[in-house]
Design a protein around this ligand. Sequence first.
Ligand code: WTA
Length: 658
Amino acid sequence: MVDRNGWEEDASVPTGSPHSPPASFVEQANVTNEAIYEEFEERWPDCWERAADLLSWDRPYETVLEDGNAPFYEWFTGGELNASYNCLDRHLEAGRKTHAAIRWEGKRGERETYTYQDLATAVNEFAAALRELGVEEDDVVTLYLPMIPELPIAMLACARIGAPHSVVFAGLSADALATRMEAADSEYLVTCDGYYRRGDAFNQKSKVDNARITLEQDVETVVVDRLGEDLPHVLGDGEYDYDDLVERHAGETVEPVSRDAEDMLFLMYTSGTTGEPKGVVHTTGGYLAHVAWTTRSVLDVKPEDTYWCAADIGWITGHSYIVYGPLALGTTTVMYEGTPDYPDRDRLWEIVDRNAVDVFYTAPTAIRAFMKWGEEYPAQHDLSSLRLLGTVGEAISSRPWNWYREHIGGGGCPIVDTWWQTETGAITISTLPGIDEMKPGSAGPPLPGIDARVVDAEGADVDPGETGYLTIAQPWPGMARTLYDGDDQYRTEYWDQFSDPDHDRWWYFSGDAATVDEDGYITVLGRVDDVINVSGRRLSTMEIESVIADVDGVVEAAVVGRSSDIEDTEIYAYVSTEGDCEPDETVRESITESIEAAIGSIARPEVVIFTPELPKTRSGKIMRRLLEDVANDNQLGDTSALRNPEIVGEIQAEIRQE
Ligand code: WTA
């Protein structure tokens, strides 16, 4: 059978069959005793002390879980610690000063290694520089930087002085930056002049200038000179050169501030069910304990490993598994700037080979691309250092799963398919690679201590194989504590759907649909709300729709995702225009440009379909489900309940022309 991408299915290989972890892996794994599942169940919530024990506390905590004010849970209350101390100082004290902390691979082939001592020095100096600018404990510092070492340095410098960071992905637009700074009332920004995109110099500073024009608050801005002579820039009022600032504090040390376990470590904006991005709040103790614990138990990372999560620090995956998790464990974390196909399609495998990477963690969207490019690229390199592979961000179907195992893992590496979210902070569903059988296409059972359930609308467990809603029925340390914008919104967004406060039942709703099999393995199917997952990035359909609706001549718009096993999800935008507005290329271009300006090119629709009207119910609701079926070529259900059923055929004809 050949699917629409031209891939040959080999009918003789049962792609979905389970695999046991190889004995050679189990022998050395961090967690191998299956009694851990029982132990966590019996000793919950105290079982989470295991995670907290991986950290160094300035003051021991008194209570593991404080649940008196659900759903506003508190973990490790009374405890005090500093995240940068945990990621740096304690490793120096343990005699690991010269151990590599970060190996950075720049876009132009630059390579830099920061030992734990180098990193600690850089973090201390920048922490002193931030203080000089006036940053105080609890001030939100926005970081708008690409994948250069200054990004983790700035994060840890903020953590050192107790200033929460808010990292905005460097590819987002000026508007997106301004919205996030405004919402967080952030008066400090660390950015750069620009960065290289496929070899070209790209101007980041001009985006910052545009954002600053719209901001009401005064902003002190630190600018990293990434491009040097390739992009000369001028610093204006309230703008400082990173190197100049740091030079003034050369050799200075800054005492790490003891933070309450529940003090905010960072804010991360993500898409939710409303058009506005939500500021997810993560605190110091529970978050750090949970990421350290999962880096150890799920990703099997050891201090002597070279570990590589090929994500961007601008999203939660990079926060938890490039910066905080691996550095808390004192391992070597690889950080790369660029794309997997530049200068050539073997870039990642060249990096794995040269650095003898032990554990590699990436997203299905990347694996699908590797698969399309062909096995000859990984085959050019020695990948035998790899011991474990991981994936995150969206479901991985069994074909790419098997390809990953075969061509990257040499057939012998276990794979962990890890399900989690910005809001869960750290991995919550995955096999434990030293214990559990892997089932390609299924993330696995909930981790010990995580009560994830797939339920129907009433909250009853669904039968194996049935589709339901993915919920978590008890709190966990890495969970978001609230939304920066407010507690009420936090409750409505995540807790109202499945909780029953009268019976003190508090269940977290993930927004995902899932199925579960007889062994309790969970397969996540995708979002059920107004969020679409494009290449592992969350976008709000409402946010995109409202941008389109603001374009001159547009009446209304509906945005859906078209997804398949192999292709990345594509954005389809259905747009109706005013009677006197001819829907032509100009309108199409302004739609695309507005989206790029308001959100960034990651939200650009693949297809824009003009239609005189959107299909609506008799009560006037846009039938998004139907539009999704149309985009996905699915069998359409009964359309007779529509006010304007004839429009569906017109839309289908329009799509066929595209
Ligand atoms: C999806 C990324 C299936 C899911 C860490 C979730 C997954 C959203 C998986 C969170 C997986 C993440 N299998 N789907 N292994 N991992 N997702 O907040 O829809 O950027 O709700 O966090 O990604 O995306 P976020």
